[in-house]
Each structure stands twice: as C-alpha cells, then as structure tokens.
Design a protein around this ligand. Structure first.
Ligand code: AMP
Ligand code: MG
Length: 415
C-alpha cells in the first residue's frame, strides 16, 4: 500500500471528494518563513497572525468637516463661541470650555471637553458666533478610539493570501515588514515523443506542448518559483533523470500526459521506484486519469495529457493541494445558482466541470450556457468560457430553465 492508502478497488472510479481528501491528508507541513517588506507582499501568504499594535482609530476624531462642541451646551443655547480650529494632524491643544466650540476637519483629533461634532452645513456662522440649526446628540460624528479594533486584537489570520485590501489594513497599523511563508518551488515538465517546442515546425504526428505553458501560467498567478524542465522524450532513462533532478530541486513536481491506462509503463515504474505514487481514476470529467503522491523530497502531480483535462485537474485538484502546501488557509470557492439557457446531455457517474459562459440580465439574475465545445482535447473551448458549470456525479440530462451550479473562473484562468 502506498502513502496514499487507496482503498478503492482497481478499475472503480474514485469520487472527486475522496481524491481531494486523500490529497489533503497527505499535506501536513508548512513552508519556512521569511520577513518581507509590505510593499512586496501582494499574493504572498501570512505566516503568522497579525495583531494590532494600536487601537484603531488611535484617538477620538471627527468623521466630518464641522464644529466640535459639548452637546449639553445646546440645552441652554443654540449659539456657541468659536475659539479655535483642529486640523487632521494638528490638534487643538486646549480643553474646550462650556459655551465654546471649535472648527474641526475630518480626521482631526477631538479636543478635550467636546463630545460631538455638527456638520458645517447645519450651522450659521457670524464672525465667532456659531448658531446650530439642529440639535446634536452626544457622540454624533465621532469616530471613537478603538471602535474598529483594540490594541492586541487579531486582525488577520495566518494562512491569508495578501491582497490589496489586506495591504491597506496592515499599512494602517504601521507595519513595514511582515512574516510570510517562503514561496514553494515547482518543477514542471511534459513527457511525450509527439510534443514539440514552440517555434519549431511540426513534423507528421507531432503537436505543440501546450500543457506546460497553461500550468506555468497558473503557477505564476500563485506566486510559485517555477523550474521549467521542458519536454522529456518517452525514454525511461531521460524520464528517470528528470524526476530525480526535479525531486532534488523542487517542492512540487508536475507532469502531464502518460497517466492513462495502457500508457508507457516505465513512467509508472520509475515513479513507484523513487516515490509513493498512486494512479487514480477519478470520477470526474474532464480529467479521469491522474497520479498523485510523494517523491522522496517533493509532492508529485501527474496530470492527464488532454489539454482541457490537464487544465481542469490542475485547477480543481492540484491547485488547492499546492495552496495548502504553501500554507494557505483554503476557502470554499464561491458557487452560484444559474439558469441554464441550453440543454445538457449527461450520464450519471462522473462529476462534470463543463465550461460555461455566465452572464447577468438587468435584474442581476445569472444565466449560463455551455461553451461551444466540451471536448477535452479542444483547448480553445476554455477561451470562450468564464466559468465551470458543476454537474454532480449523479446528475443526468438537464433542460433549458433548470438551475445549475456555476463557479466563476478565478484569477488563475481569468487573468
Ligand atoms: P496521454 O495522457 O499522454 O495519453 O495524452 C492524451 C492526449 O493529450 C494525447 O492526444 C496527447 O498527444 C495529448 N497531450 C499530452 N501531453 C500534452 C501536452 N503537454 N500538450 C498538449 N497535448 C498533450
Ligand atoms: Mg502521452
């Protein structure tokens, strides 16, 4: 039995969810940590919780351009005497006495004595006499110290992928450097005598290697360090050398092709000799055959050769596994209900990831049609699509008007 402990009998297809959990159970380590500048952190993964070193906001301040006052004063008179000004960054240093008010700008610290701000549109100004046209309650238009979070609060969790939103928050705390997980190194190659490098002419029976470029592009979106080993011929010694080198140099090794039944057996033998690899038949479409396991020093994914299958299995299976290995906390992908605008033929038995074109009408209602071709060899069909239509394993034919589940492509596929 290999490291993956496959219980499924030979030739039966493994449910997608089972493949997913078998992979996840094999990934229990975290990458090492490095400290980097916040400005270089986009797309990286937080290696430690971020706790706030300050109260946010750090002081009571005005949410408006207006006048800061003592709200109780207005019980006696709606007119107050203007005694000074507070700017953002330049506080009014004195306490404001009863009967007085100050001009205050948005973001300026609330001076001692004041408990509220009235917006400037609601006052009449006559020299230093300020008359309010409206009552003001205590606390009006004040952003209170610590109202967003308090010193010591956890504001971001380890495993978060840093986006522009997170960078804004971390910068607001004054943190110049942060701890992130080191990016993983992924080695990738394609195997196949029929595969030709880009730019070279095709001879009879040859095709261009497209899978490697599709996977590399996705890995770039995931901030991986990539080692491109190119195309390896169907030669046992060359393949063995490539696996051994990739195993030494990379944390993750990815290949495509050669994992279907009846495919060159030496690939299987080599993999099983130098690691613990299982060849799975997953109950999914596209992408039935796939290999997964461990080499001595790396995780291994053997993707199917058909270009759409390679792209979909990478996206739906390898990507979340690599994200977990990267230290990322995985979030459920957002799945939406959409109305089908064409019929779909489907037999029960496999979970299908059909390529779809989703759009909304003026009311924001989502509908979806299938992309022109669903052949796993036709990579162009991915380019017309913007989503997967996810059809459960037991689902059969569907008709126009039926509701289906749609998962919009994320930035790995959408750009
Ligand atoms: P295989 O999984 O090796 O049996 O390949 C299945 C199909 O995918 C065959 O038509 C292959 O020629 C094709 N294929 C395999 N590898 C690649 C690749 N890297 N790029 C494009 N097509 C490929
Ligand atoms: Mg092949």
């Amino acid at each position: 039995m290999s490291s993956c402990d496959i219980a499924s009998p030979k030739n039966s297809m493994m449910p997608f969810e089972e493949a997913m959990s078998l992979m996840f159970n094999n990934i229990n380590t975290l990458p090492s940590v490095e400290s980097i500048s916040l400005t270089m952190s986009l797309g990286r993964i937080l290696a430690a919780d971020i706790t706030s070193p300050v109260n946010m906001p750090p002081f009571d301040n005005s949410a408006m351009d207006g006048y800061a006052l003592r709200s109780d004063d207005l019980k006696n008179s709606m007119s107050l005497t203007l005694v000074g000004t507070a700017f953002a960054g330049t506080p009014y240093e004195l306490a404001v006495e009863s009967g007085n008010c100050i001009r205050i700008m948005t973001g300026a610290q609330l001076p001692q004595g004041c408990d509220s701000v009235i917006m400037q549109e609601l006052v009449d100004v006559d020299g230093s006499k300020i008359t309010m046209n409206s009552a003001v309650s205590k606390g009006n238009n004040i952003r209170h110290c610590g109202s967003e979070f308090s010193l010591g609060d956890t504001v971001l969790k380890q495993g978060e992928v840093i986006s522009a939103r997170h960078i804004a928050l971390i910068a607001s705390l004054g943190l110049k450097t942060i701890e992130v997980f080191k990016s993983l190194t992924v080695g990738i190659f394609s195997t196949g005598d029929e595969l030709v490098e880009l730019g070279l002419p095709l001879k009879a029976g040859q095709i261009y290697d497209s899978n490697r470029f599709a996977i590399i592009a996705q890995l770039q979106k995931m901030n991986m360090n990539i080692i491109d080993y190119g195309v390896i011929k169907d030669d046992p010694q060359l393949i063995k050398n490539a696996f051994e080198q990739a195993n030494l140099e990379a944390d993750v090794v990815i290949t495509s092709g050669g994992v279907s039944v009846g495919e060159a057996d030496f690939t299987k033998d080599i993999l099983q000799e130098i690691g613990n690899i299982d060849f799975w038949k997953i109950a999914m479409k596209p992408g039935k055959p796939m290999a997964f396991g461990r080499l001595s020093d790396s995780l291994f994914f053997g993707l199917p050769g058909n270009p759409v299958s390679a792209m979909v299995t990478f996206y739906q299976l390898a990507k979340p596994a690599i994200q977990k290995l990267s230290g990322q906390t995985l979030k459920e992908s957002l799945r939406l209900s959409a109305t089908l605008t064409n019929n779909i033929k489907k037999r029960a038995g496999r979970l299908e990831f059909q390529r779809g074109i989703a759009s909304t009408n003026l009311k924001g209602e989502l509908s979806v049609s299938t992309a022109s071709s669903q052949s796993s060899g036709m990579v162009g069909s991915m380019c017309n699509a913007n989503c997967f239509i996810i059809l459960p394993q037991a689902q059969e034919n569907l008709s126009v008007g039926d509701n289906v589940i749609v998962e919009l492509f994320d930035s790995n596929l959408q750009g």
